[in-house]
Design a protein around this ligand. Structure first.
Ligand code: FES
Length: 287
C-alpha cells in the first residue's frame, strides 16, 4: 500500500466521532436481523449462499451505471443517462443493505473506514437521486453538475472499499494461506488423551493450526483460523453439529467445514482423522 493510502486509512481510522457512532449502529443492524428468520436473511445478505461476499458484487452496479450515465450525458443522450442513473440507484440500495450487514460484524480499525465508506455512499446516492429529480424537473444542466459531484464522492468511497479489502482484509478468506493445502499425508497432531469429550482443542500438525473435537468415537478436525476475520475457533463453542467462532459468531460444520451461519462466507478446511499409537493424525479431506 502507498504512503498516501496508509495516511488516508489511518486518518479515518483515528476519527473519534466515527468510533462513537459505530458500536450503536452495529448493534442496531444486528438487532434488525435477530431471530432465526433474521439470521437466514443476514446469511443471504453476507453471501453465504454464494460462497463469497455479496456486497462487492452489487457495488459494481452503481459504479458501472453511473459511469455509463456520465458518458451518455457527454453524448447528449438524455433518456439513456437518466435510465442509467435510475439503475444505479437500485444497485446502490442493494449495495447499502449488504454493506451494512457486513459492517455490523467488523472491528476497529477497519470499522471506522467501513462507516466512512457507507456514509459517503449514502451521500453519493442522495446526490444522484437529487440529480435525477432535477433532470426530470427541467434543470438538466444543474442536475448533471450534481451528478458529477456524486460521482466524485462515489469514486473516493470505492477507493475506501478497496482499502477495506486490500489493506484491512475485510471479505477475504482468512483460512486461506500457504499452509491451507498441506497435510496431504496423515500427520500427528495431538495425543488422544488430551481431547475431552465435546470440548474444542487446539493442535498443531506440521505447522498447521487445527481445532479438534472429540464426540463419542469420532474425532473432527478443522482449520483453526476462522475464515471471516481470523478468530480462534478452538476458543469457540459447539452449537449443534457446528463450532461457533467466539468473535462474530460464524458457525462451521464439524463434518465438512461448510458454513452453517455467517458472517463468514468461506468454509473451514476439513481434515480426516485417525489414531495411531495414541496420537491423533490428520490429513486434508478431499472435497
Ligand atoms: S472472526 Fe468473525 S466470525 Fe470468526
Amino acid at each position: 500500500m502507498s504512503d498516501g493510502g496508509r495516511l488516508i486509512g489511518n486518518l479515518i481510522a483515528s476519527q473519534t466521532w466515527l468510533e462513537t457512532l459505530s458500536p450503536p449502529l452495529q448493534k442496531a443492524i444486528r438487532e434488525i436481523f435477530s431471530g432465526e428468520a433474521g439470521r437466514d436473511v443476514k446469511n443471504a445478505l453476507h453471501g453465504v449462499w454464494l460462497g463469497h461476499p455479496l456486497h462487492p458484487v452489487l457495488t459494481d452496479i452503481p459504479v458501472g451505471a453511473w459511469t455509463a450515465a456520465m458518458v451518455l450525458d457527454g453524448l447528449g443522450l438524455e433518456d439513456g443517462a437518466d435510465a442509467a442513473i435510475a439503475i444505479g440507484l437500485v444497485g446502490a440500495l442493494g449495495s447499502a443493505i449488504t454493506g451494512a450487514t457486513d459492517f455490523s460484524e467488523i472491528d476497529p480499525p477497519a470499522r471506522n473506514v467501513g462507516l466512512m465508506h457507507g456514509l459517503l455512499n449514502v451521500a453519493a446516492t442522495a446526490l444522484y437521486a437529487t440529480s435525477l429529480a432535477m433532470r426530470r424537473g427541467g434543470s438538466r444542466q444543474k442536475g448533471i453538475a450534481v451528478s458529477m459531484l456524486g460521482y466524485a464522492i462515489a469514486g473516493f468511497s470505492a477507493y475506501l472499499g478497496g482499502h477495506l479489502v486490500y489493506a484491512d482484509q475485510i471479505g477475504v478468506d482468512h483460512a486461506a494461506g500457504p499452509e491451507a493445502g498441506r497435510l496431504e499425508k496423515f500427520t500427528p497432531a495431538i495425543d488422544e488423551s488430551e481431547l475431552k469429550e465435546g470440548k474444542p482443542a487446539r493442535a498443531i500438525a506440521d505447522g498447521v493450526s487445527l481445532v479438534l473435537v472429540k464426540r463419542g468415537a469420532r474425532i473432527y478436525a478443522l482449520s483453526e483460523t476462522c475464515p471471516h476475520l481470523g478468530g480462534p475457533l478452538a476458543e469457540g463453542k459447539l452449537v449443534g453439529d457446528a463450532i461457533e467462532c467466539p468473535w462474530h459468531g460464524s458457525q462451521l460444520a464439524l463434518e465438512d467445514g461448510h458454513v452453517v451461519n455467517g458472517p463468514t462466507t468461506f468454509p473451514a478446511h476439513c481434515y480426516e482423522t485417525r489414531i495411531r499409537g495414541g496420537r491423533v493424525e490428520v490429513r486434508l479431506a478431499k472435497r
